[in-house]
Ligand binder design. Structure first.
Ligand SMILES: [Zn+2]
Length: 337
């Protein structure tokens, strides 16, 4: 296979990226890639960085087209997005990876109908004991996986024309398995080639430290890294350690039962001067493929209706809240080339 040397990227990228005019500007100015194309980071508005519209848990060996009716999913999900829009949110990081129900055209359609901007992803999810990894991961090198993901970014996902705005990967608790190490390495190579930030569903702090080490061994700054589900780790000194090196700490299981814990974590991060490296989301939704009418849908409202008032009551300023809901997610989704 071709090795993904820096020289290779430099020769591959300009040709692959084509003649789109925004790219000339993008090579200088940072941008965010939405399902509707590139935008300036300042244009994104309030964001839920980690949510889902649809998930199919059947597994990579059984997933196939036709397991759901896009019209039915559209009709069920749209009212939740319309409600979210009325609460002041304007964008969503849709974190469903390939082989788990990622559907860029559905997102594009929902975006048009709801006014919510989506950012979708490339990459592979290696958590849950590799259930969502296609068989080819065993025999592919990290460089070959990265080439597939880079192609999704340069050419669009399949024939949809939709480009991913971040890399979404996933691992269980540490230590990482050889396949999980391979996909994190592939994520690092993809980030180096494209500037796409690396978001990794992570089982615990030990796994996060391993991910960070792999990214850094590839010469990447941790400013490119989002530790997804950081709330899984109880030892808050690991959050502090990685956030101080630039990593984003994604507290993304917010809801009524976790609100007190999240308030305490955010209070500590603020005291540590690390609120600017913190993300907040529900990991809610979604149309669950295979269940009647998509099963029980969890809405995206708690942060706006309940948690922001709770933050204000506990001394968080408008600036803090803007940082958490607008500035930080935009920063975590920004592509620098
Ligand atoms: Zn999720």
């Amino acid at each position: 296979m071709m090795t993904l040397s820096r020289r290779h990227f430099l020769t591959l990228l300009p040709a692959a990226l084509g003649t789109a005019t925004w790219l000339k500007a993008a090579s200088k100015a940072p941008f965010i890639m939405t399902v509707n194309g590139a935008i300036q980071p300042s244009a994104l508005g309030p964001v839920l960085p980690h949510e889902h519209v649809m998930v199919d848990f059947i597994g990579a060996d059984k997933i196939k087209p036709g397991r759901y009716q896009p019209d039915e999913v559209f009709n069920i999900v749209l009212p939740y997005l319309q409600k979210l829009k009325t609460l002041g949110c304007s964008a969503m990081g849709e974190c469903t990876p390939n082989f788990l129900g990622r559907d860029p055209l559905l997102l594009k359609r929902l975006s048009k109908a709801s006014g919510i901007t989506f950012i979708t992803n490339t990459g592979l999810y290696g958590a849950a004991g590799h259930k969502y990894l296609p068989a080819y991961v065993e025999t592919s090198t990290a460089g070959e996986l990265a080439e597939m993901w880079i192609k999704e970014y340069t050419h669009g996902i399949g024939n949809t024309g939709v480009k991913p705005g971040f890399i979404k990967s996933g691992v269980d608790k540490g230590p990482l398995t050889p396949l999980q190490k391979k996909i994190v390495q592939a994520a690092a190579l993809t980030c180096k080639a494209t500037g796409l930030p690396v978001w990794i569903h992570t089982g615990d702090g030990a796994a996060a430290l391993e991910e960070a080490a792999i990214l850094q061994s590839n010469g990447l700054s941790l400013e490119n890294y989002v530790w997804v589900h950081a709330q899984n780790e109880k030892d808050r000194s690991i959050h502090e350690r990685l956030a101080k090196k630039g990593a984003f700490i994604s507290l993304d299981g917010l809801g009524s039962s976790s609100a007190d814990d999240y308030l305490s974590r955010l209070t500590l991060l603020k005291q540590q001067g690390l609120l600017h490296r913190t993300l907040l989301s529900h990991d809610a939704g979604w149309y669950n493929v295979g269940q009647p009418n998509g099963g029980r849908f969890r809405d995206y409202n708690f942060l706006w209706e309940q948690f922001i008032p709770m933050l204000k009551k506990n001394g968080f300023t408008e600036t803090d809240i803007r940082m958490l809901t607008v500035n930080n997610p935009a920063e975590a989704l920004t592509i620098r080339q």
